[in-house]
Design a protein around this ligand. Structure first.
Ligand code: DX5
Ligand code: ZN
Length: 226
């Protein structure tokens, strides 16, 4: 994978919610490939954030893919509402599903790409049997729940293990997404570890212009490649 092809997916968790539509449009103009929306239920993770209403508002602000990351227990009850709100990708947590097969099939029947996220403590091998049915994998590089945390380096070797597993199952083109603690200092090592999509929250939405932040991430990736 060329570093130029890596997708940057800004997470609106760190956006200014009083100006959400504007900030999403700035991110798109700055080169964001997807918009990442962090849904937290106060049970699977110790924080509560947003629901389908916000997805629907973001949908009206942009046409780029919306990547909805459900950090919630029993996500299957809410899948139709998020699909109706305009989600393109829906990622659920391996640790939060009673029956991953059933949940993944529900997401696909709703017409969305189905992703499975794994927390830092979950082994890559947990996904081996479900690789044939999922569309993408999300490796959490922090414990989910809050933006602005430091990347846990020990999670990065999982990406190579997942690469080997997807190759073994003849699913080489499956995107591997990383989420948490990615900024222009850490992005090069995450890219080098083999991630295709970088979710970036606080390093995109902060006091600096959004487009400058995305450009700084791209520069950091480019400098690594040379
Ligand atoms: C963490 C969320 C992340 C978060 C990333 O629970 O899933 O998407 O917004 O934020 P940063 O980039 O600030 O770590
Ligand atoms: Zn996320």
């Amino acid at each position: 994978m060329e570093y130029e092809d890596i997708i940057i997916a800004p997470s609106i968790l760190s956006a200014d919610f009083a100006r959400l539509g504007e900030q999403v449009q700035e991110a798109e103009a700055g080169g964001a490939g997807w918009i990442h929306i962090d849904v937290m239920d106060g049970r699977f993770v110790p924080n509560i954030t947003m629901g389908p209403l916000v997805v629907e508002a973001v949908r009206r602000s942009t046409d780029i893919p919306l990547d909805v990351h459900l950090m919630m227990i029993e996500p299957e009850h809410m899948l139709p509402a998020f699909a109706d709100a305009g989600a393109d990708h829906i990622t659920v947590h391996y640790e939060a599903c009673q029956d991953v097969y059933r949940t993944v099939n529900m997401i696909k029947r709703l017409g969305c790409k189905a992703g499975i996220a794994i927390n830092p403590h979950t082994r890559a091998a947990a996904l081996y049997e479900i690789i044939p049915i999922i569309d993408e994998i999300m490796v959490m590089t922090v414990s989910p729940g809050f933006g602005g945390q430091s990347l846990i380096e020990e999670t990065l070797p999982k990406i190579a293990r997942l690469r080997a597993m997807v190759a073994d199952k003849k699913r080489e083109h499956m995107p591997i997404i990383t989420d948490g603690g990615i900024n222009f200092n850490t992005a090069p090592s995450v890219a080098q570890a083999g991630s295709d999509v970088l979710v970036v929250g606080s390093a995109v939405f902060n006091d600096n212009p959004i487009a400058d932040n995305i450009a700084a991430l791209r520069d950091a990736l480019r400098s690594e490649e040379m």
